[in-house]
Design a binder for this molecule. Structure first.
Ligand code: CDP
Length: 227
């Protein structure tokens, strides 16, 4: 069967990662969480006190960062930065609160997009993010754009954080999601936009399983079409 590229974009905490992960599992494709990469860069910048207004410092820091995805014993893809598993650290609120300004930097985007394109060269990939269908893979065979009501998204994110023993109040989460959506949608470098050829799915009233089934159904229709 021909392999395709599936791009899943959308607002913060719409279930992009859960959908992408499960779709990849169903199709036996590789799953890449591009947001994890921007989160890892942010972790590095915070830990090394990189001034984001200083291009030279930003460029130097990017050269020092090595990112790789490794699949663990449970078949889950995890991000390593300079050889260290950063999955837990990058999901913390301190990263969510700083990631959007870091992701808006041209130097950061160019470096991440180059890695992402390499990972997608062989196709058979599901990648989620903000600019996957618009910039990273403009020729992706299937583009999905997810959206959902802000409160529904915030409660979902709160539950996820709680599962990681991180109790964050709902107002703080709503504020963070709104602020990231605003920065991500209005930045100069590859802003979050729905491509004309992306299929819009509102996940407010549907379950993750329903989201996954719908994307898998669409994927099969594209796979058949591309043979
Ligand atoms: O999971 P959640 O919706 O919270 O966000 P994420 O996918 O982990 O992405 C975190 C942040 O990284 C976003 O708010 C964007 O600022 C940035 N990002 C981006 O600029 N481009 C991407 N392709 C993916 C993420």
């Amino acid at each position: 069967m021909r392999k395709i590229v599936i791009a899943i974009d959308g607002y913060s905490a719409c279930g992009k990662s859960s959908t992408a992960k499960n779709v990849a599992k169903e199709l036996n494709y590789r799953y890449i969480d591009s947001g994890a990469m921007y989160r890892a860069v942010t972790l590095y910048f915070l830990d090394h006190l990189v001034a984001i207004t200083n291009c030279k410092e930003v460029e130097k820091a990017i050269r020092e960062i090595q990112l790789s995805f490794r699949v663990n014993a449970k078949g889950v893809s995890e991000l390593f930065m300079n050889g260290i598993n950063v999955e837990k650290d990058i999901r913390k609120m301190r990263i969510s609160e700083n990631v959007s300004p870091v992701s808006a930097l041209k130097e950061v985007r160019e470096a991440m997009v180059a890695i992402q394109r390499k990972l997608g060269k062989e196709k058979g990939i599901v990648m989620d993010g903000r600019d996957i269908g618009s910039v990273v893979f403009p020729h992706a065979e299937l583009k999905i754009f997810l959206t959902a009501d802000i409160l529904v998204r915030a409660f979902r994110r709160q539950k996820e954080l709680l599962q990681r023993d991180d109790l964050v109040d709902i107002d703080t989460i709503v504020e963070n999601l709104n602020s990231r959506d605003q920065i991500d949608s209005t930045r100069k470098e590859s802003p979050l936009v729905k491509s004309d050829d992306a299929i819009l799915i509102d996940t407010t009233h549907i379950t993750i399983d329903e989201q996954v089934d719908e994307v898998v159904r669409l994927a099969f229709s594209r796979i058949v079409r591309s043979v």
